[in-house]
Design a protein around this ligand. Structure first.
Ligand SMILES: Cc1ncc(C[n+]2csc(CCOP(=O)(O)OP(=O)(O)O)c2C)c(N)n1
Ligand SMILES: [Mg+2]
Length: 293
């Protein structure tokens, strides 16, 4: 008998309208396995507002509030206050927003909630563009990426906004990076976040085969390569202390990750060398933070 390591209960049904191979769909499924049924979600405008679907056919088995695009953390703050007041203080309130809704339009509400250390889990599922409206670049789009607003020849040139770093700078109790291709690590971090008070920020890499331009069947593999190549390291920061949670023994070349995706098909060998050196520099900086003095 295979021993299951993840909670068996499903709080998200199949039959939803996510694209095939949607990393954000798997992220929600794993997230709810970690928080359990006493969870209330706040979802702003994003793919997930569509995936969830309307009542009575929603795929979510937990109560959900749909918020304005910029308001996730403000609505979650109010929802938590209301639940406390009406006798349900233990319900986990979780914002579940995209990278556009977090790194760009929602950052003010999130920063305010973080500064007040509101009691919520805030999940940013980062598919590295505004996917729901047709793959426009966001602050979280990596440099060199094709999107519909950074077409070939005019790819994004500025760095990806470091949302986990911004949240660590707010000195919230818990910040972590998660990847649905590493489900045990994913659910362990959600469970840890669920056990802590205050604002817990989870930054999830969420593959979007539609916008990243690859075969949807390869979603888990592409996600694995993101972490295996050090492109998306898995770490957590508890009360300011960094800890790497999973490290590849021998990192894969970043080229392997990039070459599997059409959004990077315009990169030259020289461009790829540059991405590799940026990834190496970020990894070295992170290793310094995670190595006890
Ligand atoms: C104030 C406002 N501006 C623009 C929109 C249109 N809009 C809806 S979803 C979306 C993209 C969201 O991108 P992201 O947060 O990254 O989530 P994803 O679609 O990638 O899941 C946009 C621009 C909106 N609903 N409200
Ligand atoms: Mg997005």
């Amino acid at each position: 008998m295979v021993k299951l390591t993840l909670p068996e209960a499903e709080l998200m049904d199949g039959g939803h309208v996510a694209c095939q191979g949607c990393g954000a769909a798997l992220a929600m499924r794993l997230f709810l396995k970690g928080t359990g049924p006493d969870t209330a979600l706040v979802i702003p405008a994003c793919c997930w507002a569509v995936i969830a679907g309307p009542m009575p056919t929603t795929c979510l088995r937990v109560p959900t509030v749909f918020s304005a695009f910029e308001a996730t953390a403000a609505v979650a703050s109010g929802l938590k206050a209301g639940l406390r007041r009406t006798g349900a203080p233990k319900t986990i309130v979780a914002g579940f927003a995209g990278d556009g809704g977090t790194a760009d339009i929602g950052i003010q509400a999130l920063s305010g909630a973080a500064e007040r250390n509101e009691d919520m889990i805030y999940v940013c599922y980062d598919n590295e563009a505004y996917m729901n409206t047709g793959v426009q670049r966001s602050g979280a789009t990596p440099p060199g990426t094709w999107t519909t607003t950074t077409p070939r020849g005019l790819e994004k040139s500025t760095p990806k906004k470091d949302m986990p770093g911004i949240m660590v700078a707010h000195k919230v109790p818990y910040v972590a990076t998660l990847n649905p291709s590493f489900p045990e690590d994913f659910v362990a971090k959600v469970k840890k976040a669920a056990s802590l008070p205050g604002l817990r920020y989870l930054h999830v890499l969420a593959d979007c085969p539609t916008g990243w331009k690859h075969d949807p069947a390869l979603m888990v593999e592409v996600g694995r390569l993101a972490t295996m190549s050090h492109f998306f390291p898995l770490y957590e920061v508890e009360n300011g202390r960094y800890r790497m949670t999973w490290e590849p023994g021998q990192p894969a070349p970043v080229a392997k990750y990039l070459k599997g995706q059409g959004r990077y098909s315009q990169l030259t060998d020289a461009d790829i060398v540059k991405v590799q050196s940026d990834v190496d520099a970020r990894w070295a900086a992170l290793k310094k933070l995670t190595t006890p003095a």
